[in-house]
Design a protein around this ligand. Structure first.
Ligand SMILES: [Zn+2]
Length: 91
């Protein structure tokens, strides 16, 4: 009983941790939101982030730090981005 409670507490904690690891932005955030890189502590505007691949299935674009190029998170788009190739569907 005690053990199960501990397990679910740990699961919740790891969920919180994983959402902290991913920066989840919306399209509107690119317009002025301040971002800090947790790897190199670069600080700047969300529009300066380097965009990675766009995934049609999940409708997200990966984001990377413009200075150290490490993965920071993704943009969850409101609408599908047109004319962007999906690397999973069209390698
Ligand atoms: Zn960085």
């Amino acid at each position: 009983m005690q053990f199960e409670r501990l397990q679910s507490a740990l699961r919740i904690r790891s969920l919180i941790k994983s959402s902290y690891m991913h920066l989840i932005l919306e399209d509107a955030d690119l317009d002025g939101r301040q971002i800090q890189c947790r790897h190199c502590y670069w600080h700047g505007n969300a529009s300066e982030l380097k965009k990675g691949d766009y995934f049609l299935l999940t409708n997200i674009t990966e984001l990377f730090c413009p200075t150290c190029s490490k993965y920071l998170g993704f943009i969850q788009h409101d609408f599908p981005v047109e004319n962007e190739p999906d690397p999973l569907l069209d390698p």
